[in-house]
Design a protein around this ligand. Sequence first.
Ligand code: AMP
Length: 112
Amino acid sequence: MSDNCVFCKIIAGEIPARKVHEDSDLIAFNDIHPAAPVHFMIVPKEHIASLEDAHARHEMLLGRILLLAPMLAREQGLNDGFRTIINTGKGGGQEVMHLHVHVIGGGGLHAM
Ligand code: AMP
């Protein structure tokens, strides 16, 4: 756990969140400012600041996040596809410095 990390506080149960999944390594919860009708984030419980801070030992964890995304997307009713976004660092628009994968869908998404 990293001090002053909002996602670590959610993982520790110190800040409430609308969880859509939790297991021993990962948590997923709805974004507080949704960009689309469905918008949740998959977050490793280990505090990894960003994708730039991930190492070879995180290979399995990163794979699990990507495999969980379509499973949870379907559970949330995204039967027609979804968008995944990983913002990395200041230049990538990352605001919360705890690695997370956004899963977004349900309408209003344009081709990138
Ligand atoms: P990023 O720009 O990729 O770092 O995205 C961080 C996301 O976390 C933003 O979309 C915020 O709306 C979201 N967020 C920040 N604080 C909370 C919170 N307490 N609960 C849920 N989502 C949050």
